[in-house]
Design a protein around this ligand. Sequence first.
Ligand code: G6D
Length: 343
Amino acid sequence: MPDGTVIEQFCLTNNQGVSLEILSLGGIIRRWLIPHNAKPPTDIVLGFDSVQAYLSDDSYLGALVGRYANRIAEGKLCLESKNYQLDINQGDNCLHGGSQGFNNKVWQSTVLSRDENPAIALQLESPDGDQGFPGALSTKVIYTLTESNRLKIEYFATSKRTTVFNPTNHSYFNLSGHNSGSVNNQHIQVVASYYTPTDAHAIPTGELIKVEGTPFDFRKLSTIEQALTSAHPQIQYGNGLDHNLCIDSYDPQSQEAKYAAKATSENTDISLKVYTTMPGIQVFTANHFDHKKGKQDSLYHAHQGLCFETQFYPDSPNQPQFPSATLKAGEAFYSVTEYEVLF
Ligand code: G6D
């Protein structure tokens, strides 16, 4: 890092030959290798080969995101009758916890075994007032790679004062290989009957709209291309998919991750299933990528990656009808998201 801090890279490997490389910078998932009998492994996530490339990029490749993933309109937060102004880092809004969000931080990393599976725990202290958020927040994320090829991501947090907390992981998947071109011909399913439409700046209008008859209807496995080529104004806003879908199986009382989404590549026969305890999932297709220099001298272009960011809905602190992301002083936060790879 510019201040001389050394970034550590950890490798989690299971007996099926799946392995992941994870950085202490931002908890970034840098590589996710899926073995093949006769061919070299397929790396299914986009990323970079240097710390400097991650620090100078604005796309959160593979990173843990927080204190609040996605947007908070105008960075305005009102909690317990107190108003807070958050860091504005995209247009008029706060995106992904502000310009110095969790993705840019160096996390205290500990290798451990969890239920006899290889795991790494990353811990971060976010001080009161960090990017404008109230409350000194202690957070821990545990990545565990299981023998059933699931990467389990558990999020823990407590705060000294009431705050908001909406963590996610911002991996860009390409199940045909990180440097294989667009994801257009890959198929996805999202078990969501509603989505939250936005204005032209990706701020939710506050409505919950049925996906039926829209390019956001992924209740049946569909190609990504059918959505990206839609003339629907919501797709036009962001030159692709960049929307929160409302997961049907969400249960605020449950701590068990429920099936939410799937992606599959016919080129490699690799599939990914997503399970989560969170209410929303941002489906994002890297719409703004343009000759982004990635790993092994690859170039990433628009629609070359697919994000399944599990989350509270965007701007939920300002939308009381959305599930709440409020974390009360002293309350213990727990959520879990699991990414299962089938090959
Ligand atoms: C763009 O609108 C998108 C976000 O959803 C994404 O997380 C970011 O790029 C990396 O701002």
